[in-house]
Design a binder for this molecule. Structure first.
Ligand SMILES: C=C1C[C@]23C[C@H]1CC[C@H]2[C@@]12CCC[C@@](C)(C(=O)O1)[C@H]2[C@@H]3C(=O)O
Ligand SMILES: O=C(O)CCC(=O)C(=O)O
Ligand SMILES: [Fe+2]
Length: 346
């Protein structure tokens, strides 16, 4: 499936300045190119309130399915414990990711994402939609060792093994969550909507994110507000705060790291399939003056030729037009946050 997701992005090439990150290791002050006019300081004065905390769900709880369903309705995101991913598998990607981002800029640039490509090193794909650049470096992996070989011609195996083990474990967990979610939505295991789950015909991609320490964190942005295109995303974050979810009426709510807990969020595809019953959480990352931050996201979803259409029963009106994953990726590549409203039926 790796090649087919790349295929979906091939028709939407980016300019090199939207791909090549700043060499953060040589920067001591915030350059104008990275200074967001509006300070994000004022929306950081969020006060803790029990009803405003993102649910932590225990996957081995007998009521996990309902809890997941309710969290998807209210928040579009939840934290997951007893998820079954061995700690060693997570630690390995963390080690390899730190090794990758600490390389000198010229080494990382050997694996720079090509303008029409989907994998490799570079800025976030959403960069062209924002007037300023983000305080961030990323590396996208979709199962092939080609990019790692460019950086470590003889020594790429450790990196690739770590990524592959992570990807395999994340796929199994994604399938489990998808079955629970579709059951919650009233879809049985043998129906059409379920056919892609558990097959090799799916989209699976890992995004390694690195947010270096920032001289003026309040005027910078780690990752600008976005929703994920996936069906669902599973995220591991290291112990530095920064991830925030936008909640209507409350503003930016932090999702601070909890040991042994993964963050699961709903992407656009599941939002469409649930006929907007599930929220797809707008999220962003803010940066830190003294602590660098790493995260590893796994994006899971149906293959690019799969037709996404709202699952509705009885006389409920579908709120979105049916379209293929590839068509949706194309609309999103041109419109980002405006993509969902372009496919609504009303
Ligand atoms: C499988 C995916 C999901 C992608 C595109 C492709 C590879 C890289 C992913 C991200 C990772 C960073 C945020 C995001 C918004 C971005 O800029 O690149 C994501 C995007 C999406 O969810 O649309
Ligand atoms: O770094 C994070 O916590 C979030 C990353 C993210 O949103 C993404 O990779 O899509
Ligand atoms: Fe995201």
């Amino acid at each position: 499936m790796a090649t087919t997701l790349s295929e979906a992005y091939r028709n939407h090439p980016l300019n090199l300045h939207h791909i090549i990150p700043l060499d953060f290791s040589s920067i001591r002050t915030l350059p104008d190119s990275h200074a967001w006019s509006q300070s994000n300081d004022s929306d950081n004065n969020f006060s803790y309130n029990e009803s405003l905390s993102i649910p932590i769900i225990d996957l081995i709880d007998p009521h996990a399915m309902e809890q997941i369903g309710f969290a998807c309705e209210k928040w579009g995101v939840f934290q997951l414990k007893n998820h079954g991913i061995p700690l060693s598998v997570i630690e390995e990607v963390e080690v390899e990711s730190k090794k990758l981002f600490s390389l000198p800029a010229e080494e990382k640039l050997k694996a720079l994402r090509s303008p029409g490509g989907a994998t490799g090193y570079g800025r976030a794909r959403i960069s062209p939609f924002f007037p300023k650049f983000m305080w961030h470096e990323g590396f996208t992996f979709m199962g092939s060792s080609d990019d790692a070989k460019k950086i470590w011609p003889k020594d790429y195996e450790r990196f690739c093994d770590a990524m592959e083990n992570y990807q395999n474990q994340m796929k199994v967990l994604s399938e489990k969550l998808t079955h629970m979610i579709l059951t919650f939505l009233g879809i049985n295991n043998s129906s059409q909507e379920n056919k892609w789950v558990g097959s090799t015909n799916h989209i699976g991609a890992i995004q390694l994110n690195f947010y270096p320490c920032c001289p003026e964190p309040n005027r910078a942005m780690g990752l600008a507000p976005h929703t994920d295109t996936s069906f669902l995303t599973i995220l591991h974050q290291t112990l530095t705060n920064g991830l925030q979810i936008f909640k209507d009426g409350s503003g930016w709510v932090p999702i601070n790291p909890n040991p042994n807990t993964l963050v699961v969020n709903i992407g656009d595809i599941l939002h469409i399939m649930s006929n907007a019953r599930f929220h797809c959480a707008l999220h962003r990352v803010v940066v830190n003056k003294t602590k660098q931050r790493y995260s590893m996201a796994y994006f899971y979803g149906p293959p690019i030729d799969y037709v996404i259409s709202p699952i509705v029963i009885n006389c409920v009106v579908p709120r979105f037009h049916a379209l293929t994953v590839k068509e949706y990726i194309s609309i999103k590549a041109k419109n980002l946050g405006g993509a969902l409203s372009l496919i609504t039926t009303t």
